[in-house]
Design a protein around this ligand. Structure first.
Ligand SMILES: [Zn+2]
Length: 313
């Protein structure tokens, strides 16, 4: 058996013939074949003769090989199987691909292990940030739900991607100046656009009552789970004990951790944008046909979040 030092990408004759030690027409009894350096599969147009002077078989699939005296040549798949006692060119090629993939996985996992503490610290930081933000988002939703009319109009805004719309009737002068007939003087316009709407989504199951939900709350649960079940259990001992066949699953787990961490960063930003006072203020503009005392209280709470104009404004 032999091992590949490094993967060689061989896609044309030039990749092989440009190598300084390459020779064509080597006699394998004078230059004993020692090691396979890579494999190739050329299209029909690039088929060529085996580099062994004793063979010269025209072929498309073969190997680049090194001899004991340091020269290189290319040999067809039949010569490869014979000289290196292989099962087949295909089997050798897939063994080579698997070895290459496994080397990449091992490298990925080694690097991830070196970063483990940083990743865990990131996860803890984002868990803490999200805990606070989810709590604040829930308080806003609970306040909006105190009045059924406010809740209903807020759901309309959610459905409209955060657009808060208001019915407006033009004054006679305005309507006349635009040449609008009496029947078209009332219309709906967007008076504000809520930001950070990815933070608050809507459950819209047919037949079910529509209600808002918080993707950040789901993400928070996933982050906690990942910190405990993946990151904190990802140790040098565990990596050493992970068998080759289990490495892809472990790598996928680590990749998932990174994706979730990135998702959590975005989620924190969305929630912060939604919870900014100038954004929450827009909720006071929700357009109710009739404002009950209870609804007025809810809307006033948000109206008070408006920044008072500073001196000089
Ligand atoms: Zn040959």
């Amino acid at each position: 058996m032999h091992e590949f030092d490094e993967p060689l990408a061989l896609s044309c004759h030039e990749d092989i013939t440009s190598r300084p030690q390459w020779r064509d027409g080597l006699d394998p009894t004078e230059h004993r074949l020692q090691q396979i350096l890579g494999d190739y599969e050329f299209p029909k147009a690039l088929e060529w003769a085996c580099g062994l002077s004793t063979c010269r078989q025209i072929h498309q699939r073969g190997f680049l090989v090194r001899t004991e005296d340091g020269l290189e040549t290319h040999i067809g798949n039949v010569c490869g199987v014979k000289h290196f006692h292989l099962v087949s060119w295909e089997a050798e090629r897939s063994r080579y691909r698997r070895a290459k993939e496994d080397a990449e996985l091992r490298l990925y996992l080694e690097q991830a292990l070196a970063e483990r503490d940083t990743l865990a610290a990131q996860a803890r930081g984002r868990i803490q940030a999200l805990e606070g933000l989810v709590q604040q988002l829930r308080e806003v939703l609970e306040r909006l739900a105190r009045d059924p009319d406010v809740h209903r109009v807020f759901m309309e805004a959610l459905r409209a991607g955060g657009a808060i719309r208001k019915a407006r009737t033009l004054s006679e002068e305005e309507a006349d100046s635009r040449g609008l007939p009496p029947g078209r003087r009332t219309f709906t316009e967007t008076v504000a656009q809520l930001e950070g709407m990815s933070a608050v989504q809507m459950v819209a199951r047919p037949g079910a009552q529509q209600r808002p939900w918080l993707p950040s709350a789901i993400l928070l649960g996933q982050l906690r789970e990942m910190l405990n079940s993946t990151l904190l259990r990802f140790t040098r001992e565990r990596l050493a004990a992970t068998r080759v066949k289990d490495r892809p699953a472990l790598s996928a787990e680590i990749r998932q951790v990174r994706e979730t961490l990135a998702g959590a960063a975005t989620s924190v930003e969305d929630a912060q944008r939604f919870l900014a006072p100038e954004n929450l203020y827009k909720l006071s503009l929700l357009d109710l046909r009739h404002v009950s005392g209870r609804a007025g209280k809810v809307l006033n709470h948000f109206a008070r979040l408006a920044q008072p104009p500073g001196p000089g404004d």
